[in-house]
Design a protein around this ligand. Structure first.
Ligand code: SAM
Length: 261
């Protein structure tokens, strides 16, 4: 079947339906360790103004807010922004603002922020380089830009399989890049990389597919391909394994912190 929805429509569809559940999902299991890792790699001081791009419910923006003067979270999906605002209010955070906006054309002046982050979203962008250029544009010279995302395998065939399975699960996924590709892109956009670190996150296959309401036909295909790898078949780039009768796999995350030259 041909899918004629535009990428922007796929993003809206996917993340409007994920919005209500997103915060509890992304704060459960090993995800709190991911957040601590992210925060620990940033230099944050009480006088700073920070921006989190494609922020979703602002998990990272809210965690930064308690350490800085002002945090702004921007996301293109209104339902995510609305959830983020409610959560920040319920946490009594008065220094976080949530804006609707597109990473391709950020609604902020040049050099407005000391720190600009983008977490778990590069693989959703059709033009990640353009978005990264925008992140760099709104960061002040000498400020920090952090790109945090899942990565794919260096082997192109494995990377192709991995991204195909990710798209089967969530049609708004474009391409996870390799760690080297992310770094090359960041340097090409004028960042001096001052820190590169990596983190493995264990995922339960069923709850991962529940989150995106993956149709049963696609679920079956994904499961079969991972089972084949477990049985000695070719590499899917998803590192599948079984734990207590549950089908699990791993996401390899990278976090690159660069200084704007
Ligand atoms: C997987 S969620 C990650 C949310 C958040 N960064 C986090 O770490 O919890 C991806 C987010 O990217 C947003 N997004 C996708 N494309 C975007 C774009 N072009 N501009 C702004 N936000 C975008 C989606 O609306 C969604 O909230």
């Amino acid at each position: 079947m041909v899918d004629d929805r535009t990428h922007d429509e796929l993003i809206q569809e996917q993340f409007s339906q994920q919005a209500a559940m997103w915060d509890s999902y992304i704060r459960s299991g090993g995800n709190e360790d991911v957040l601590s890792w992210n925060i620990g790699k940033l230099e944050l001081t009480p006088d700073m103004r920070v921006l989190d791009v494609a922020a979703g419910t602002g998990v990272l923006a809210r965690a930064m807010a308690v350490r800085v003067a002002e945090a702004v979270a921007v996301d293109v999906t209104p339902e995510m922004v609305a959830q983020g605002r409610q959560l920040a209010a319920s946490e009594g955070l008065s220094n976080v603002t949530f804006d609707e906006g597109d990473a391709r054309n950020l609604p902020y002046d040049d050099a407005r922020f000391d720190v600009v982050t983008c977490r778990l979203a590069m693989h959703q962008f059709e033009d990640p380089r353009r978005c990264l250029q925008e992140l760099v544009r709104v960061c002040r010279p000498g400020g920090q830009v952090a790109i945090i995302d899942i990565t794919t395998a260096d082997d192109p065939t494995t990377a192709e399989t991995h991204n195909r399975l990710e798209r089967l699960r969530d049609p708004s996924h474009t391409n996870a890049l390799t760690a080297n590709q992310l770094q090359g892109m960041a340097e090409g956009c004028g960042l001096d990389i001052v820190d590169a670190s990596y983190f493995e996150v264990e995922r339960n296959l069923e709850s991962w597919m529940d989150m995106t309401q993956t149709p049963s036909e696609s679920r079956t295909t994904i499961l079969e391909e991972l089972q084949r790898e477990l049985g000695g078949g070719s590499d899917t780039g998803m590192y599948p394994y079984l734990e207590d009768g549950h089908f699990m796999f791993k996401h390899r995350w990278a976090m690159l912190v660069g200084r704007r030259a």
